[in-house]
Design a protein around this ligand. Sequence first.
Ligand SMILES: [Zn+2]
Length: 620
Amino acid sequence: MTSETPVHYRIIPSQPAAHLFEVTCTVAEPDPAGQLFSLPTWIPGSYMIREFARNIVRIEAHAGGDVPGESTARAVSVEKLDKATWRCAPVRGPLTLRYEVYAWDLSVRAAHLDDTHAYFNGTSVFLRAHGQDDSPCTVDIQRPAGPAYTDWRVGTALPRAGAEPWGFGTYRAADYDELVDHPVEIADFAHASFEAGGIPHDIVVYGRQNADLERLARDLKRICETHIQLFGELPPMERYVFLVMAVGEGYGGLEHRASCSLMCRRADLPQAGLGTITDEYRTFLGLCSHEYFHTWNVKRIKPEAFLPYDLSREAYTRQLWAFEGITSYYDDLGLARSGLIDAENYLELLGQTATRVWRGAGRFKQSVADSSFDAWTKFYRQDESAPNNIVSYYTKGSVIALALDMTIRRATGGERSLDDVVRTLWQRYGRAGQGVPEGGVERVAAEVAGSDLSEFFEHYLYGTEDPPLADLLADVGIDFTVRAADNAADLGGKPGKATADEIARRGTLGVRSGADNGGARLLNVFDGGAAQAAGLSAGDLVIAVNGIRAAKDNLEKLISSYPPGTNVTVHAFRRDELMSVEVTLQPPPLDTCVYTLKTNADESTAARREAWLGPAAPTT
Ligand SMILES: [Zn+2]
């Protein structure tokens, strides 16, 4: 089979049991000096070098088009140049590369294949033909052989070029960048659809589940329409697809230009007859809201450093606070504005986010701008020291977005807000196809606020201070308070249950632990805490406190039964060596955040709150 496009791919989930895709790439006019091919080392949206090419297990080339099953009579030699790049010997006329890709990464970032489904991102399976990045390409997605796969369908936002709706066959992309920005789910999946912004939206759900997809479609429609209303329009696209993998345990999402890949627990999906929104379903809706907001913010409004993407190496920017933090701010705000959750519910989510920030002393060491820049080696490669040494540009970025929103509202007497900032970013950069220069978001914010915000960004974005949430939130009649956690399971966002007296009598160790080997494995040992002062480290296995056996289940209880200031003896193994340390327990830190509605807010305060949590004002 030959193709009319300069680059043509064929992919077949050829050996589901061995998790192998067979892929061919035919280049009509290869480089006469020897055609180069390479696979990306990272996937946009997930800022870590992942070396996808390590999963290419066999590769060969022949002169001529892609003829399935034909022998490679005119074999062309292929030389590997580096971890991700191959060069074919010079040939005249079409050149076809044939290779196999091992796909056993059940995540939204790579590729996964077994006899229940085939899922892939183009960055994992489609080698890039150098010099042809801007050429249109086609991809023929083929059904695996055998009766087990007759019910499989193809779910993707890739535009069809001959394939029937949901069918195997030929799809197309305008260039390589587009080709790898449409993940593909192939399975006997469940499906629901709705319309938003005049565009069909599909929900494709792979996995064993029994969810009420009609309910999900209704709720997602409201979220999508809320975001469309904020920006004033949906970027041009034929359709949008939510690709969902429902599994036992797992969570994640990745944004694309006209779709997103989501992984959730099947219990997160709405069950039939569910009248309310459970915490789990609320989390899932927040994830959908987040990825959909990215359709504008990062997929089109993007840092200059991503234009174009260089997928061969890290792309550095200090702006991820804006692309992930502002998106994280609007994901839950979108649930409130769409009316899916009430104000109290929203404040709980806001409090949980702030709590995640307040529990990390690393926020005093690393600025959010630096966290963004170092995402590749720090945020995405967290170890046991993360709470002490780094800050999340997601959570603190969203706290900064909230503070910025309130700051702009205050500066303009409620005339303007962060909504105007993201709309301006869309109009000036996203819609125009221009990258946002470093510092560009800050400049737009200052322009919208009509005032100098350099101190704001100096302190909270480039510095390590906590934004003054209590002061700012008072404008909308909300109290921001920080208290001690009730226990290790306390996520924040709600008033505490423990009395001041109970808290005062509770000693703490300053650790996070997990069950392991009959003891309590220390996962993190917090800076400034009692355990660290006594010489305990992450990785240590605590087995006893004052001679009483300790495990994950009872460690906290044992410790909190002693008041702060008490010395206790802790027995722990470090590797295979038993150690005994004296620990002086400390009072519980104030690290748990709560937002509450002031009951006595005056009329203008209530109006400001309504303007914030209500639907976004239409674009002017
Ligand atoms: Zn995101």
